[in-house]
Ligand binder design. Sequence first.
Ligand code: HEM
Length: 116
Amino acid sequence: MWLHAHVGLWSLALILFVIGYIGLKAGWTTFLKVVQMVLRLVFVLVFITGARLVFIWYQAGNYGWPTVKGLFGLLVIAMMEMILTKERKNEKTGVFWALLLVGMIAVFYIGYGVLG
Ligand code: HEM
């Protein structure tokens, strides 16, 4: 149940991030602000479901990979937030895109390859 919620929520977060980014590039600043508000709520829910999953792994005596997975998950969330905020202010985002890519690869590798 928690895993299904987690997967549904991070999928929604990725979709909202792409929609927000497209809106930003199209110059719809108000639209982006609304998308970003919803996205932040979804981030909180991704975190809550993720933290619950980490806790379930801890209860089973498994600490290493779940902790690393959680940290990379947080990196992905932080980078999506930074990219939208910095792009809106017309600041450089190259480093954040690179870290987002690293985070995504790690999260999918650990999520599906190691823990999945
Ligand atoms: C946008 C950010 C995130 C993405 C894209 C993401 C992605 C994923 C993916 C692809 C899986 C594997 C799903 C499966 O096996 O069906 C997963 C599982 C998991 N995630 Fe996340 N995640 C994110 C955030 C987080 C956060 C913030 C935490 C912890 C606080 C977390 C903790 C976990 C744990 C512990 C699992 C393993 C569940 C299991 O296999 O039992 N995730 N996540």
